[in-house]
Each structure stands twice: as structure tokens, then as C-alpha cells.
Design a protein around this ligand. Structure first.
Ligand code: ZN
Length: 75
């Protein structure tokens, strides 16, 4: 999975997680909270595995710049 797709997937998983947790606040359905926790863990897994520099493979974390903070190559 390339970096762009990984970032889009992270955004999507975070949005679903927030939606489910917000719905849980109103509906008090336990499955919504469990679903939110599941999507949060899935997002963390995708972030850990795929949010990496395609050149040096080091994790990017919250970095949003155009160049890798480790090797300096264009992302
Ligand atoms: Zn790099």
C-alpha cells in the first residue's frame, strides 16, 4: 500500500471511529462503542504498518511535510 492510500485509509477509519463513538453518546448502544474501539485499533495498525517513508521505511508519525524528515527525499 502506498503512502497516499495509507493516509486516506487512516482518515476514513478515524472518521468511522468518531462517528460510532458520537452515535454511542446519543444512543447508548454498546456495539457502537465496541465498533469505535475496533476501528480505532485498525487505524493504529494501518498507521504503524503503512505510514512510512517509501524510501527509507522509517515511520513518519504526524509529519505532514513534502519531504521525509529522516532521509530528506520527496514523499
Ligand atoms: Zn525517508
Amino acid at each position: 500500500m502506498d503512502l497516499h492510500r495509507a493516509k486516506m485509509l487512516i482518515i476514513l477509519l478515524t472518521a468511522v471511529c468518531l462517528l460510532l463513538v458520537t452515535l454511542f453518546a446519543f444512543c447508548k448502544q454498546t456495539w457502537m462503542l465496541m465498533g469505535g474501539a475496533f476501528f480505532f485499533l485498525l487505524m493504529m495498525l494501518v498507521r504503524t504498518l503503512f505510514n512510512r517513508c517509501p524510501h527509507c521505511r522509517k515511520p513518519l508519525g504526524d509529519h505532514t511535510g513534502v519531504r521525509c524528515p529522516h532521509c530528506g527525499k520527496r514523499l
